[in-house]
Design a protein around this ligand. Sequence first.
Ligand SMILES: Cc1cc2nc3c(=O)[nH]c(=O)nc-3n(C[C@H](O)[C@H](O)[C@H](O)COP(=O)(O)OP(=O)(O)OC[C@H]3O[C@@H](n4cnc5c(N)ncnc54)[C@H](O)[C@@H]3O)c2cc1C
Length: 246
Amino acid sequence: MKIYWTKINKIIEETAEVRTYLLDCPEGFTWEEGSHTHFALEGFNAGDKPNRGLIRHMSISTLPHEESIGITTRIREKCSEFKSILSKLEVGDKVAIFKTHSNVPLKRENKNVYLLSSGVGLATFRPLVLDYFECADNVNQIHSLNIDSSQDFLFNTIIKSAPERKFIAQFVDNRTDYYEEVKYLAEDKDGIFYIVGSDEFLVQNMEVLRDQGIQPDQIMLDKREKGRNELVSSVYPEQHDLVETK
Ligand SMILES: Cc1cc2nc3c(=O)[nH]c(=O)nc-3n(C[C@H](O)[C@H](O)[C@H](O)COP(=O)(O)OP(=O)(O)OC[C@H]3O[C@@H](n4cnc5c(N)ncnc54)[C@H](O)[C@@H]3O)c2cc1C
């Protein structure tokens, strides 16, 4: 496993609680849209074992041509030790990234794509939307639905409706309206549904999609195969039987 040490080159205050840390691209480091990485703070590998308290999974919120690796995260006043240390870092400080992988690249299958997220989950989708804006080949349209009660929408220069580009950005401020809307979007029986958020959020979304007849192969989760199978089979028991009998 290669650990890339790099430096923070800019810190963007996206909203009151959300920051994007832009990191220099280390030589040889590449990624594609929808990637996540292991983001680690100095000292994480100082002992015999890696200190997990200094490592977090983070999506990369930029595309390679932007020439910086973007890490977007919410830092509340009451936060973990990891976020507390991160919040004190400055431009020029060192951080590490490793084990980078995309489970959710943009599918170009001539279908409608739905991006379902909550709050800062939008960070995972920013590069998918940018990729689509740069080349819409074989994607019919994209509709992003995000729950955000702050009214302080993230990435509002990019994640904004653009009918001429067949892109809709929709924000709702509560879960009831959100799941009503998911139900409505799932009337598209041939769509591809990306979901980003906590496991609880993924399960709740999948339950709504399942009840509308959406099949697991239409659902994209930011999970490796094992984690995905576990979650999907908890919502689609028949999938569980398929996995078990394989
Ligand atoms: C594939 C993948 C991609 C991910 N991508 C991203 C991403 O792009 N951006 C991102 O932000 N996260 C991302 N995550 C989640 C990330 O890894 C962290 O789990 C998440 O940011 C929470 O961080 P934290 O544990 O440092 O807790 P915090 O964010 O600090 O806290 C979590 C919650 O607990 C509360 N809390 C924490 N400590 C205290 C305390 N001492 N007292 C009271 N309340 C407290 C906080 O207020 C907050 O509500 C991703 C996860 C995965 C698996």
